[in-house]
Design a protein around this ligand. Structure first.
Ligand code: ATP
Length: 239
């Protein structure tokens, strides 16, 4: 299904109480793409991801996942369909071991031989997690916790991976490593929706991107187009 529309969002409105945060957002993601969403603090990026995962209700508009109306699929079932979010700030279970954090990512699947195989794959992808598998997650560095959060999401076998600011607070070298991992996930066939304040790297990585400003999509295009866009360069790349 490479290249077919996977997620189609049309006229999406999301509010917190009386306050409308997303105003008629249109976004589309094709199977196999990396799509980046950039925008300032408070633009509504996290809210959009939470609406897609079903943690925030929709006021108006439509979200179709592989042609199916997401409104009819509760949050936990969306995970089973392959929509998996890595939340902002990692949110690993700090008092549990690395190993148990990873197993929790597969709690909907049980402790099957397949799950144990996936665990091995993730330890192969992130050798530091294998090395620290008996450590508490709270003892890991920020970059290691980000890898753990991604590993935990991978344990749910995502088809559409939603990443919320994976580079936040990390040193440049670690950011490079995380972005390299995202490239590899794409090569493995996972579709990625990446939310970032780090616009230059997020757009360089992306097939396509969107710019969100105070709850509205103001620009879209290929990653390359957006990187060379005058407005993006001024507002988000500091040029
Ligand atoms: P950040 O990078 O800070 O997470 P963001 O682009 O992801 O920014 P959101 O976190 O989606 O933005 O926030 C969008 C707007 O909604 C902001 O004005 C924020 O204050 C508001 N908001 C976020 N969460 C809530 C909440 N639980 N209740 C009320 N308002 C909220």
């Amino acid at each position: 299904h490479q290249g077919q529309e996977m997620l189609s969002i049309k006229g999406l409105v999301t509010s917190y109480g009386q306050i409308e945060v997303l105003h008629e957002v249109d976004i589309s993601i094709k199977t196999g793409e990396i799509v980046s969403l950039v925008g300032a603090n408070g633009a509504g990026k996290s809210t959009l991801l939470m609406t897609i995962s079903g943690l925030q209700p929709t006021d108006k508009g439509q979200m179709l996942f592989e042609g199916e109306d997401l409104a009819k699929i509760p949050a936990d079932k969306r995970v089973a369909r392959g929509i998996v979010q890595v939340p902002e700030g990692r949110q690993v279970f700090k008092d549990l071991s690395v190993h148990d954090n990873l197993l929790l990512g597969a709690y909907t699947r049980g402790k099957t031989p397949e799950v144990m195989e996936d665990l091995e794959k993730i330890y192969g992808k992130f050798p530091i997690l294998r090395q620290k598998r008996h450590n508490l997650a709270g003892e890991l560095s920020g970059g290691q916790q980000q890898m753990l959060a991604m590993g935990r999401a991978l344990m749910a076998r995502p088809r559409l991976l939603l990443l919320d600011e994976p580079s936040m607070g990390l040193a440049p070298l670690i950011v490079e490593e995380i972005f390299q991992t995202i490239r590899e996930l794409k090569d493995e066939g996972i579709t990625v929706f990446l939310v970032e304040q780090n616009a230059s790297q997020a757009l360089a990585l992306a097939d396509r991107g969107y710019v969100l400003e105070t709850g509205e999509v103001v620009l879209s295009g290929t990653g390359k187009e957006l990187l060379s866009n005058e407005k993006v360069r001024e507002a988000y790349l500091g040029m």
